[in-house]
Design a protein around this ligand. Structure first.
Ligand code: ADP
Ligand code: ZN
Length: 728
């Protein structure tokens, strides 16, 4: 509606980081000039909050009610493309635009310019009483540069009181030192590698895409160790030559120290890192310098997509198949998919890299929506590991043990040859389940439908869903019988016990995300592995992710069947990807290496495809079955997750919501059904699944549904997950 306000420029819409659908209207104080995208501070109730001047009409607010903008930050405005991106995500995920913009507004301290540092410059020594300490200071400060007080004192090897005295005496004068760059400028031409022919061809496709300077999406598919990283570095170099900014998305940024080092080796400076573990001051600096365009390359977790790039020219999504890219909290989005949207809006290229692409990307490539670039061989002399399946029905581990004789033998061979063995088991703790042999009691979480996992090292039972922990006791909490508790199944701690019994002289390292010491410790441990400071490494999912461990000769998948069993439509794909990645850790620097899969169902198509290294066959079968079932990417899915603290009330809410679904033949609505994780953190959960053809406008349908569905009230929540990745 056009605004009938008397002076049309006297008010503007401001989008605030709140769960609201629209921008609020604010008055513009006299003399303040505003454009869409400006960062402003406005009153909201009793508080002041930061928001963005948005596009679109203002509402007709009576003058006495119109609150005034408090301040315009001295900050480069959010670009029109970025604003478009915010609106796009909001529309697609059915999230309030305010909650999307909130992801861009996480670092409010960076909206003000960086304060200059206090510095001092030499003026003259006329009339200065000389001491030997002062002479030392003069030696340094004579260079005509600005020095910080402490820096100068430190360099001259004197106390800062000496410097202060010289300032007082007028020999040095106060100047501003401009803020330092967060990272040095990368040099695109510093060290170009010598490529294999396949790599050169691949690099050319990518650099051409960057030179073209318009939107394109390329899937860079290459077996583990084929040198994908080196190849996409060339695309980055080309973007840098064109003075563009580059975003590299990585699934586990906190752990990718080696990636940063490689980047630095190639470009002479590391990229700016962006993830949740960074110190606030560092975040502010990087946010600000991304906004001004000073930071050229960011390597970050999915949240880096919400940095205010001034001049983006390329996005790389490494390990594009990783489920860590999906956020399932507040705004449910898939960072890979949103990155493609961002590139499209900004009209610049994007590269998705993986050894085991998602089915979605593979299909997009097959239909020509993405260009496909393949590296089919490992770089240099390195061959792929020899993959074998161990039939656990025949090669039975010793009683109470989990490692079969053939696996133990290969581990021994690897270690004896000076190499390392890696055991993979995606289970933290000692045992996933504990039973009482006297009464059959199972240790379960009181807040979640999940077993409590024994963590023997910490002496605790823990819930991996809500964090609930209780001290370990020797008595059954149900019948009180002493010493009748049995751990069922292995976790990495239990495996470590078995390994140290079998290989008493081996140096064993357990890597798991709940390890004490956090990310810093993990980084150190990963370095230690690369340097050969361990013989046997036992790890969870964490070890799968792109690490380069040159010495690993034997990889053992302790339970290859683990991920196959759940009812998730992506179970086969996930298992295939994860297990390929893990076995791909073996033999990355040449020599023969093995990957062994322990399985009770060696004939399962996923296990067979892995054993025969028939990636193409796996993708073909999986794509056909998805197509037949109308599952993504051939059909569309959306989940509605209903939750509440009380079971009956939640179920009724779920049924009422279901009842409001507009009837049409184009969609199938399933449920509500109790979620597989029926209770999480004390909240009961129900799920409704919506399925439709690919051409169907799911968003309009859901919007229409929500308009007539009962509202969230009290503690009852309705969460929408478009393109769900998990079904728990
Ligand atoms: P991927 O990402 O495909 O798993 P990487 O990029 O990590 O593969 O490369 C595997 C190994 O081969 C790394 O140690 C990398 O430094 C090395 N490498 C790849 N390409 C080259 C090259 N052209 N020259 C020298 N070393 C290379
Ligand atoms: Zn729990």
């Amino acid at each position: 509606m056009p605004s009938p306000s008397p002076d049309p420029v006297s008010s503007v819409p401001v989008l605030l980081p709140l769960p609201v659908e629209r921008a609020y209207t604010y008055g513009v104080p006299q003399g303040m000039e505003l454009r869409p995208g400006d960062y402003v501070k406005v009153p909201l109730g009793p508080r002041l909050v930061a928001g963005i001047v948005w596009d679109g009409p203002v509402e007709d607010v009576p003058p006495e009610k119109l609150r005034q903008i408090e301040e315009r930050f001295d900050c480069p405005p959010m670009s029109a493309d970025t604003r478009k991106f915010v609106n796009w995500i909001a529309r697609y995920t059915l999230s309030p635009p305010g909650m999307v913009v909130r992801m861009f507004l996480r670092v409010p301290a960076a909206f003000d310019p960086e304060a200059p540092m206090e510095g001092y410059r030499f003026v003259s020594a006329d009339g200065l009483r000389m001491t030997s300490a002062r002479e030392k200071v003069l030696e340094f400060v004579n260079d005509g540069m600005a020095w910080s007080r402490s820096g100068l004192a430190h360099a001259a090897g004197v106390s800062s009181a000496v410097v202060s005295g010289m300032i007082k005496a007028g020999a040095l004068k106060r100047v501003d030192i401009p803020p330092q760059p967060a990272v040095a400028d990368p040099d695109p031409d510093l060290r170009t590698p010598e490529f294999s022919e396949a790599q050169s061809d691949a690099a050319k496709v990518l650099t051409d895409a960057v030179s073209a300077g318009k939107y394109s999406a390329t899937l860079l598919k290459g077996v583990t160790g084929s040198g994908k990283t080196e190849v996409y570095f060339e695309a980055i170099a080309e973007a840098l030559r064109q003075e563009k900014q580059v975003l590299i998305l990585l699934p586990e940024i906190a752990l990718t120290a080696t990636f940063l080092e490689r980047f630095e080796k190639r470009f002479g400076a590391p990229p700016a890192e962006w993830h949740s573990g960074m110190a606030p001051k560092r975040r502010e600096k990087i946010w600000r310098q991304v906004a001004t365009g000073q930071v050229r390359v960011v390597a970050g977790a999915r949240s880096a997509l919400f940095l205010p790039f001034a001049n983006p020219g390329l996005i790389i999504v490494d390990e594009e198949h990783e489920s860590a890219y999906k956020q399932e909290d507040r705004v449910y989005y898939h960072a890979r998919d949103m990155a493609v949207v961002r590139a499209n809006i900004g009209d610049f290229p994007i590269v998705l890299a993986s050894a085991t692409p998602s089915i979605e990307s593979q299909v997009n490539a097959a239909f020509g929506r993405y260009a496909l670039v393949e590296l089919k061989q490992r770089f240099g002399e390195a061959a792929m590991p020899d993959i074998r399946v161990i039939d656990m029905r025949k090669d039975i581990p010793a009683r109470g043990h989990f490692l079969s004789p053939p696996l133990l033998k290969e581990m021994e061979t690897a270690i004896d040859g000076g190499g390392q063995a890696l055991l993979f088991l995606n289970r933290r703790g000692y045992a996933p389940l504990t039973l009482c042999r006297a009464c059959g009691h199972r240790f379960e979480c009181r807040n979640c439908s999940a077993w409590l996992v024994e963590h023997r090292f910490r002496g605790q039972f823990q819930c991996h869903h809500c964090g609930h922990a209780e001290p370990k006791s020797d008595a059954c909490p149900s019948c009180g019988t002493l010493d009748h508790l049995v751990p069922c199944g292995p976790g990495v701690e239990r495996l470590a016990e078995e390994v140290s019994e079998t290989f008493p002289d081996a140096r064993i390292l357990v890597l798991s995300s709940d390890m004490m010491g956090g990310v810093t410790r993990l980084r150190l441990e990963l370095e230690a592995i690369a340097k050969g400071e361990a013989d046997i490494i036992i790890g969870t999912q964490l070890v799968a992710k792109g690490h380069h461990f040159p010495l690993i000769k034997c990889v053992g998948i302790v339970d290859a069947d683990l991920g196959l069993a759940n009812g998730d439509p992506r179970a086969a794909e996930r298992s295939f990807q994860l297990l390929s990645q893990v076995t791909g850790r073996a033999g990355r620097e040449g020599g023969s290496s093995v990957g062994l899969l322990q399985s009770y169902q060696p004939a399962h198509p996923v296990i067979e495809a892995l054993a025969k290294q028939q990636d193409e066959a796996f993708y073909e079968t999986e794509i056909t079955s998805r197509e037949r079932a109308g599952l993504p990417p051939f059909g569309r899915l959306a989940s509605l997750i209903l939750s509440g603290p009380e079971r009956g009330e939640t179920e009724k809410f779920a049924r009422d919501v279901r009842f409001a679904a507009p009837g049409t033949e184009d969609v199938i609505v399933l449920g509500p059904a109790e979620a597989p994780m029926a209770l999480v953190r004390g909240r009961y959960r129900y799920r409704i699944l919506v399925r439709a053809a690919r051409a169907f406008d799911m968003q309009s349908y859901l919007r229409q549904w929500l308009a007539s569905a009962p509202r969230e009230r009290g503690q009852l929540r309705l969460q929408i997950d478009v393109d769900p990745q998990t079904f728990l």
